[in-house]
Design a protein around this ligand. Structure first.
Ligand code: C5P
Ligand code: C5P
Ligand code: ZN
Length: 457
């Protein structure tokens, strides 16, 4: 692995100009920002571009520009082969095949490491950055944000594997601290009652989804929800108040028949960025990632990138205002999908949002729905949305227990997409595809066939 990382580093050092191509989500943004910082520090001229996915059109466009070197981050494994179209390096973590094992390609899967869990695109990019110059240790914080953006902390309630080594780097560089705390989203910025109202993993019986019940929970424990005119946030509570809430949630779960696994998930590791201001999204790695998802997924690449590169003024304010819209779109998206209805088949369940959910956020909505208590947890979920007049975006998410049984959505979706002349890929637990409009039924059929095959063999 070190040898491969060195091989990529040398290609960067030898080049006179680097063009970065990265993905539009939080992991892609942080990966791109790590690459930019690395090149800035080398005083090497560079440019960056954001894409939804790597397809033939993008490859042709990039080819035409005749860049000295192209650096693909958080994508690119699908184009790695012995005869590259142009000089390139790839730092990616999506599922890939053995024939992509070429000297310019770094992906943890090539070294027997699970890239859906142990290393993100930002993490893979950081490892190259650190190989170029150990002074780039501080960029580890962005790599942790990228891993949280890809939900790599979900399986165990904390980051594991190579991600853990990156956290150690971040601690040594004094840019990050980890603590065991409540695992719900919004510790830094949400009023406590909002955090409890939106709690979904595990859900809080009788409280999740109910604003008034969330407020009553606090008053029943004699915990003030306000400090003067301001709503109190999780970070404003004292240890005793936090403990009371956590044990109350645990009791609610146990009396409702949830097991220990659910109770254990109430707490998990949180990662604080020490150079950031407490109470601002950027102070918490998960909230930072959501803030970034509010930018590039809506085409506002520059805003997300400038925040990653350190702007705490104009661009941060713009990102924070986009965040409000993003939150609204997610809540509305879940509502739309529920109204449309989730249809169940033997080996898949799906909804079709048509034009009412953006293709760039339908994956997040699909994930939220799969975790919803009303959704079946024994089938993978596919969300469709219109990407253009001729193309459909499909996002697939699997429950962890099916992945443990051998389900690999990256293979399912690649095969199903190929059947209908589309392209797809991703990770075992989360994968996506673009397919021609009107081919949804054929796609679902092939999808089910492959799921059935994988779960029975
Ligand atoms: O392209 P990329 O690797 O950056 O995206 C990974 C995707 O997988 C993210 O959309 C993330 O939310 C999703 N994921 C998920 N559940 C997990 C792990 C990842 O939905 N447990
Ligand atoms: O877009 P969505 O969040 O559903 O993507 C889930 C995962 O599948 C991401 O890691 C994404 O990069 C990957 N994907 C892919 N090829 C596509 C669409 C998505 O590899 N055509
Ligand atoms: Zn990623």
């Amino acid at each position: 692995m070190l040898e491969r990382l060195r091989s990529l580093s040398e290609r960067i050092l030898k080049s006179s100009y680097v063009h970065i191509v990265t993905h539009i989500d939080a992991d892609g943004l942080t990966a791109g920002a790590i690459a930019v910082q690395t090149l800035r520090r080398l005083e090497k001229p560079h440019t960056i571009e954001f894409v939804k996915q790597l397809d033939a059109t993008i490859m042709d466009q990039v080819h035409e520009k005749q860049y000295d070197l192209v650096w693909f981050t958080d994508l690119g494994s699908s184009v790695a082969n012995k005869n590259p179209m142009f000089p390139m390096i790839i730092t990616d973590h999506h599922s890939c095949t053995k024939d992509s094992d070429v000297p310019y390609h770094f992906n943890p899967h090539l070294f027997g490491i699970d890239g859906s869990l142990q290393l993100s695109g930002a993490g893979a990019t950081y490892l190259v950055s650190k190989t170029i110059d150990p002074n780039n240790f501080d960029l580890s914080a962005l790599a942790v944000v990228g891993a949280c953006g890809d939900l790599q902390n979900m399986k165990y309630g904390k980051l594991v594997g190579l991600n853990e080594d990156i956290i150690t780097d971040a601690q040594k560089a004094r840019v990050m601290e980890k603590q065991v705390d409540i695992s719900y989203f919004g510790r830094e910025t949400r009023p406590i009652y909002k955090m409890l109202q939106y709690a979904n993993d595990p859900i809080i019986p009788h409280v999740s989804g109910r604003e008034s019940a969330a407020l009553s929970l606090l008053s029943s424990l004699h915990i003030p929800s306000k400090d003067g005119k301001n709503w109190r946030r999780w970070i404003d509570l004292c240890t005793n108040e936090k403990r009371m809430i956590v044990s109350h949630i645990a009791q609610l779960l146990l009396t409702k028949g949830f097991g220990h696994t659910a109770v254990k998930r109430i707490i998990g590791e949180s990662y604080s960025l020490l150079k950031e201001t407490p109470g601002v999204e950027l102070h918490d790695a998960k909230e930072y990632a959501t803030l970034l998802n509010s930018t590039a997924r809506y085409g506002q690449y520059e805003i997300g990138l400038q925040v990653c590169l350190g702007d705490r003024d104009e661009y941060l304010k713009k990102a924070q205002s986009l965040l409000r819209g993003h939150r609204h779109n997610l809540v509305e998206g879940v509502q739309i999908a529920k109204t449309e209805g989730i249809e169940q088949r033997d080996y898949v369940q799906f909804f079709h949002a048509k034009k009412s959910i953006r293709d760039t956020i339908v994956g997040i909505v699909t994930n939220m729905l799969l975790n919803d208590e009303e959704t079946r947890n024994d089938l993978p979920l596919v969300g469709f949305a219109e990407k253009s007049d001729t193309e459909i975006k499909a996002s697939a998410r699997a429950p962890q227990h099916l992945v443990n049984k051998g389900l690999d959505l990256s293979i399912v979706i690649r095969k199903a997409a190929l059947q209908v002349n589309g392209i797809g890929g991703g990770h075992n637990i989360a994968a996506g595809a673009t397919i021609p409009k009107g081919k949804e039924e054929a796609f679902l059929h092939a999808f089910e066939e492959e799921v059935k095959h994988q779960l029975s063999s």
